[in-house]
Design a protein around this ligand. Sequence first.
Ligand code: SF4
Length: 237
Amino acid sequence: MVARADRAADLADLDGAVSDCFACPRLVAWREEVARVRRAAFRDQDYWGRPVPGLGPPDARIAILGLAPAAHGGNRTGRIFTGDRSGDVLFAALHRAGLANQPTSVAADDGLTLRDTRIFAAVRCAPPDNKPTPAERDACAPWLHREVELIRPTLRVVVALGAFAWAAWWPVLRQVYGWRPPTPRPVFGHGAHWSGESVPALLGCYHVSQQNTFTGRLTPAMLDDVFTRAKDLAGVD
Ligand code: SF4
């Protein structure tokens, strides 16, 4: 896996290579089963059923790091946070922040483009119950590390959506930036902020899951605050 990820010369190469990854037997079986069985509302659609690559320009100054694709969202449409309620909330906020050209993300060919922002997940295949195992997280890490390496020249801020993504950032610091992660690790929280010299700042944000947005734990105003802060830190107008 490390070798395949490391061989990717650019993001297009990486996106193509990760889409063809079969390294985790449990996740391969799950993503394919979901694609075969489908949800009633999407029965007439062909699911992607593969790993979901990142989205956004190669010179992004802001990265948004999620957990993993949703079974009937990214795993259906082939694009991260596309076609589910989490994406509705996230892209509406990115549009308000001027980082997306439209407030919705419904299908891979809907014309959505991002400005100065790249979105990707710590684990690239939809996991059962949204819970990858530690072994699956570690197996997928080389894809994340290579993606960060490729956008490293411009990357200034990483917004970690949830504690899983926050924890996935520390190995990136070591692998990509040669930085020893702080000990003890800074604790995740909404609005948490960690920064170090010559490495991207890390901002914590509650995940845009329905569990958080339906209950009001994460509101549009809270997301707006995070993206305003991310833009400030990244020097994005
Ligand atoms: S989770 Fe990552 S490493 Fe595992 S099969 Fe999917 S893309 Fe490959």
